[in-house]
Design a protein around this ligand. Structure first.
Ligand SMILES: NC(=O)c1ccc[n+]([C@@H]2O[C@H](COP(=O)([O-])OP(=O)(O)OC[C@H]3O[C@@H](n4cnc5c(N)ncnc54)[C@H](O)[C@@H]3O)[C@@H](O)[C@H]2O)c1
Ligand SMILES: O=C(O)[C@H](O)COP(=O)(O)O
Length: 526
């Protein structure tokens, strides 16, 4: 596992990577060209907000499997390019939100009380408060645009200042607004009209880029205070400069001026603008948190495990991931058997979740099934990220259904693989502390604990077949660990599933296939 860290992360994060056995190169001072020249050697890249992870980089990144964003915003990462290449993108969305919310409050207080301006005079040995009268927060109305993780932390903190809190976030439920004690504004314009202080906390997307612009400032109260601790461009800088010039905006606190990491924003020239160089996440606590978390996630992703904060996968919280963990393993196992037992191209995969599993977040289990399905034919080119894209590109339709009621089992997954001439089914369950069982293949019933090496054979249900199988495997020096037999008595057919301690050679498999009564025999690797 070779990991390139292209922007500074906490030492604890680097240690976590090394302890997991990764080779780590920390190179925060590479030029863009040096980064492009180097990236081809690495399995994972860890960045913060100043590395553009885009098509130009992906084209050189021939080994890249994981991009770790040591932080929250992923607007510097081309997600589509990553997903189509099967590159998993992970971030640490929770790890620095308290620090970002605290800097928002810091900027707000600094702006409203002119703290940097007053300090500047005093450090120049001038004791003079004239012209720098502050304003109080108590009784003022703050408008929060974006009530997600940071927006809501800001809301709860500002309440203790005795402020009225109003919010605009069309993607948050009324219940959440109520729970936070924030008055909901249906229209951004209504929020702009009502607030004395505006603070933005949305991600930077096509929709939010420039969401606060000329017409929003036109609707605003004169003397507005504007805080942006989210991303440059959410508040349009040209419009903000104009609003400062015509005094619509009286004070600005900004952590993310345009042009970073270069200090080129025109806002830097205004005395009533307080600025910090994207320092929202720069606390010891946040950086330790972020560094350790991203290191753990990158390692898990490199090991092919599902990661809670994978950005280009269905969102899973750590508890949800714990709940589905065993099912991911089961799903992958069930998927893996198809192309090792059948040769017909898949047209459709129908997945049925029954019992306890039906109540879980099954979309990731379906990804695991598809990953397993394509792995025998595509090897490491398939993973959780691109499994769906691969299914689509191969014209494989995937359906998922759920039933809460079930007989005989507490929980069961059945995968039906439909090809032009056949239907193949396989079912499995989980019990105890994550014990997996394959309980059905094509209508034959078993209770098989899957193992890395297995031999699966279909045969005529008559005396002597099993005995010869044992003898021939013995000759081939293959030790049988367990053997299960599923029967269709009316058809005089049976299926044997053997777990074995070592691989089966081609020669032994041919001998086994030649036993009278064996219809087909397959060596299967899980
Ligand atoms: N300054 C820093 O150092 C720093 C640190 C961490 C995060 N951030 C940035 O802070 C911002 C917020 O982060 P977060 O973790 O709270 O994100 P989040 O995803 O938890 O919340 C974002 C909220 O914005 C809302 N939203 C999306 N589109 C909207 C729209 N058009 N109008 C109104 N609301 C909209 C979403 O519904 C969501 O509730 C991001 O831009 C992030 O990159 C900055
Ligand atoms: O999105 C984030 O996590 C913050 O903006 C911090 O960015 P940084 O890691 O570049 O400091």
């Amino acid at each position: 596992m070779k990991v390139l860290v292209s922007e500074a992360i906490a030492e604890k994060g680097v240690e976590t990577l090394l302890q997991a056995g990764a080779t780590v190169d920390v190179k925060p001072n590479l030029t863009r060209q040096e980064l492009l020249d180097a990236i081809g050697d690495y399995d994972a890249l860890i960045v913060r907000s100043n590395t553009d992870v885009n098509e130009e980089l992906y084209q050189k990144a021939i080994r890249l499997k994981v991009v770790g964003r040591a932080g929250n915003g992923v607007d510097n990462i081309d997600m589509e390019g990553a997903t189509k290449r099967g590159i998993i993108v992970v971030n640490t969305p929770e790890s620095n939100v308290v620090s970002a919310a605290e800097l928002t409050i810091g900027l707000l207080l600094a702006t409203c009380r002119n703290i940097p301006q007053l300090q500047k005079r005093l450090k120049e040995k001038v004791w003079d408060r004239a012209g720098l009268k502050g304003i109080e927060l108590q009784g003022k109305t703050v408008g929060i645009v974006g009530l997600g993780r940071i927006g809501s932390l800001v809301a709860t903190r500002l309440k203790s200042f005795g402020m009225n809190i109003i919010g605009y976030d069309p993607y948050i439920s009324d219940t959440r607004f109520k729970h936070l004690g924030v008055e909901k504004k249906e229209k951004l314009e209504d929020l702009m009209k009502a607030c004395d202080i505006l603070t933005v906390h949305t991600p930077k997307t096509e929709e939010t880029y420039g969401i606060i612009g000329k017409s929003q400032f036109k609707a605003a109260k004169k003397g507005l205070v504007v805080i942006n601790c989210a991303r440059a461009g959410i508040v349009n800088e040209d419009a903000l400069v104009e609003a400062l010039q015509n005094k619509t905006v009286a004070r600005v606190g900004i952590d993310v001026p345009e042009g970073e990491p270069r200090a080129i924003s025109p806002l830097l020239d205004f005395d009533n603008v307080v600025v910090t160089p994207h320092a929202g996440a720069d606390t010891k606590e946040a950086q330790d948190n972020v560094g350790i978390t991203i290191a753990q996630e990158v390692i898990s992703a490199l090991r092919g495990e599902m990661v809670p904060n994978a950005v280009n996968l269905p969102t899973l919280h750590t508890q949800d991931l714990e709940a589905v963990k065993a099912y991911l393993k089961l799903g992958e196992t069930l998927g893996k058997l198809y192309y090792q037992l059948e040769k017909e191209a898949v047209e459709k995969v129908e997945i049925l979740y029954r019992g306890e599993v039906a109540a879980l977040e099954t979309s990731v289990i379906s990804l695991a099934i598809l990953k397993g399905l394509f792995e025998p034919i595509l090897k490491e080119r398939v993973n959780y990220v691109n499994a769906n894209v691969i299914a689509k590109s191969r014209g494989v339709g995937v359906t998922e259904s759920k039933e809460s009621a079930i007989d005989n089992y507490l929980t069961l997954i059945t995968v039906k693989v439909v090809s032009k001439n056949k239907e193949f089914t396989i079912s499995g369950t989980v019990f105890g502390k994550g014990e997996l069982r394959i309980v059905e293949i094509n209508g034959y019933e078993f209770d098989v604990n899957p193992s890395p090496y297995m031999l699966i054979a279909e045969n005529i249900d008559k005396p002597g077949v099993i005995g010869q199988m044992g003898t021939l495997l013995g000759v081939g020096k293959v030790n049988i660990a367990t053997m299960q037999l599923g029967r269709k008595i009316a058809d005089q057919r049976a299926m044997m599933v053997l777990t074995i301690d070592s691989p089966v050679s081609k020669e032994t498999l041919e001998f086994v296939g030649g036993i009278e009564g064996i219809i087909r025999a397959h060596y299967v690797k899980i």
